[in-house]
Design a protein around this ligand. Structure first.
Ligand SMILES: O=C(CO)COP(=O)(O)O
Length: 236
C-alpha cells in the first residue's frame, strides 16, 4: 500500500507570521510527499517559497468551478497550479454548511481541478442528526453519486463526520472502518479514503491503524508544527 496521506487544512486561520514560523519547521522535518498542507489563498505563494526543495505538497481549500473569466472574487484551478499547488480540498462540510455548496457544484469543481492536474480531495460526511436517524450511509452515498464517471484513481475522498469536525470528538474505530469500507464499496476498493474530524497528535496513530484508513485530513492540529509533525510521524 502507498504511504498514508497526511493533509493539513488551515481553514481561515493563520497570518504571514504564522506561515513563516510553521512552514519552515515542516520543511526542515524531512517529511515525504505523503504530507501536504492546504493554506488560505493569500499565503499559498509564501508557503510554496518556504517549501522549495522539499517533497511536502501545497494545496488550497476550494476553487472556482469555472476556468477563466469575469467571476469577481474567484480563484481558478489553473491559478492554483500556477502558484505551485498540487491538490485542493473540495466540498468541505463548512462550504456546504455556510456557503450553500452542493454536491453538484463540488463535482464541477472536481472536474475543474482535474483539468488543471490537481488532486481533488472530495469531502463527505453526515451530521449527528442524520447518524441518529440511521441515514448516514444514504447521505454519503448521495454525496458520492455525483462523482460517477470520474476515475477513482484521480481523486481522494475525505470522510469527515460533521459531528467530529472541530469538536474534539473523534469517530470510534468501528464507525470509521465501517464508513471507509462503505465508501470503497460504493466507489472502488482502490479509492484513497482519508478520515477527518479532531485528529490530533495523541490519537493519530490509533486512527491510522484503523482498517481502510488511507490517511487523515487535519484541521486545528495542523496549525501547530509540533502537533502536525506528530501526526505525520504516525503515518505508515
Ligand atoms: O475539517 C477538518 C479538516 O478538513 C477537521 O477539522 P478538525 O481537525 O479541527 O476537527
Amino acid at each position: 500500500m502507498a504511504r498514508q496521506l497526511v493533509v493539513g487544512n488551515w481553514k481561515m486561520h493563520g497570518s504571514v507570521g504564522q506561515v513563516r514560523s510553521v512552514v519552515p519547521e515542516l520543511a526542515r522535518a524531512e517529511l515525504g510527499s505523503n504530507v501536504s498542507i492546504c493554506m488560505p489563498y493569500p499565503y499559498l505563494s509564501l508557503a510554496k517559497s518556504l517549501l522549495v526543495d522539499t517533497p511536502v505538497q501545497l494545496g488550497a481549500q476550494d476553487l472556482c468551478e469555472f476556468h477563466i473569466g469575469a467571476y469577481t472574487g474567484e480563484v481558478s484551478a489553473a491559478m492554483l497550479a500556477d502558484v505551485g499547488c498540487e491538490l485542493v480540498i473540495i466540498g468541505h462540510s463548512e462550504r456546504r454548511r455556510y456557503f450553500g455548496e452542493t454536491s453538484e457544484t463540488a463535482a464541477r469543481k472536481v472536474r475543474a481541478a482535474l483539468d488543471a492536474g490537481l488532486l481533488p480531495i472530495y469531502c463527505v460526511g453526515e451530521t449527528q442528526e442524520q447518524r441518529d436517524a440511521g441515514v448516514a450511509r444514504d447521505v454519503i452515498a448521495d454525496e458520492l453519486k455525483v462523482l460517477s464517471g470520474v476515475p477513482t484513481s484521480l481523486y481522494a475522498v475525505a470522510y469527515e463526520p460533521m459531528w467530529a469536525v472541530g469538536t474534539g470528538v473523534t469517530a470510534a474505530p468501528e464507525q470509521i472502518s465501517e464508513m471507509h469500507a462503505f465508501i470503497k464499496q460504493t466507489l472502488s476498493q482502490h479509492t484513497c479514503v482519508l478520515y477527518g474530524g479532531s485528529v490530533k497528535g495523541n490519537n493519530a496513530a490509533h486512527i491510522m491503524a484503523v482498517d481502510g484508513v488511507d490517511g487523515v485530513l487535519v484541521g486545528g492540529a495542523a496549525l501547530s508544527a509540533t502537533e502536525f509533525l506528530r501526526i505525520c510521524r504516525a503515518a505508515h
